[in-house]
Design a protein around this ligand. Structure first.
Ligand code: SAM
Length: 203
């Protein structure tokens, strides 16, 4: 990735879950964010403790930021929750919002790894384990929380292609915490390390 100066200053975390970090625009569309803001409902529904700086926002509506305003966009285990059409639209929107030379880093479950582990699994439950890891089932939960289940899975080729089609020129498969994002050690979760595909793109 180039060392060019980037003018955009925003840092955006798409589908941050409970792991949003300070100084970033932490976006997530879980309905439990609203519930967790009301103490009595939090106790009633035993909702997770969402950090106060996480904003409830569905990124499929378009990122609420000006063109060229962001320096970094990070997303871990969220793009597989979008349909192929939605993920293409969100990736294009990331390209719009990033300043020239801004960085988009996407982390997803690694389909190739899951398939390899299935093929190596000699147990009678291998097929069930495989299908449950894909998590492609849809249920009533999807109405309450759009994107609560997976809608697609990626291998490296597919994710690189998605970002090239979205307008990024330099796109490469990366690895755990190997990134042009300075705060990568704070934002990239160790717990995801052995199940993830990492791809980083520069505008
Ligand atoms: C599997 S969690 C990942 C959380 C965290 N980034 C991590 O790596 O552990 C996926 C998150 O994406 C969020 N999400 C799914 N669809 C979304 C959307 N359309 N807009 C914003 N967030 C979304 C979900 O609410 C959920 O918190």
């Amino acid at each position: 990735m180039s060392k060019e100066r980037v003018n955009g200053e925003l840092k955006i975390n798409i589908g941050c879950g409970l792991s949003g970090i300070g100084g970033w625009q932490n976006l997530d569309n879980s309905p439990t964010i609203w519930i967790s803001r009301i103490p009595v409902l939090t106790r009633l529904f035993k909702t997770p403790a969402w950090p106060p700086d996480v904003q409830h926002y569905d990124v499929r509506k378009g990122l609420p930021y000006a063109d060229g305003s962001a320096r970094y966009i990070y997303s871990s285990h969220a793009f597989e929750h979008f349909t192929p059409a939605e993920s293409g639209a969100v990736a294009k929107d990331c390209c719009r919002v990033l300043a020239p030379h801004g960085i988009l880093r996407i982390v997803v479950p690694d389909l190739e790894l899951i398939v390899r582990e299935y093929l190596a699994d000699t147990s009678v439950l291998a097929a069930q384990t495989f299908l449950s890891r894909l998590s492609l089932n849809h249920s009533l939960q999807d109405f309450l929380h759009p994107g609560s289940n997976h809608s697609q899975m990626f291998d490296g080729k597919a994710l690189v292609r998605l970002l090239r089609d979205a307008g990024f020129e330099r796109v490469q498969v990366s690895s755990y915490r190997q990134s042009a994002i300075p705060e990568i050690d704070q934002i990239e979760l160790d717990v995801r390390r052995h199940e993830s595909l990492y791809v980083e793109a520069e505008k």
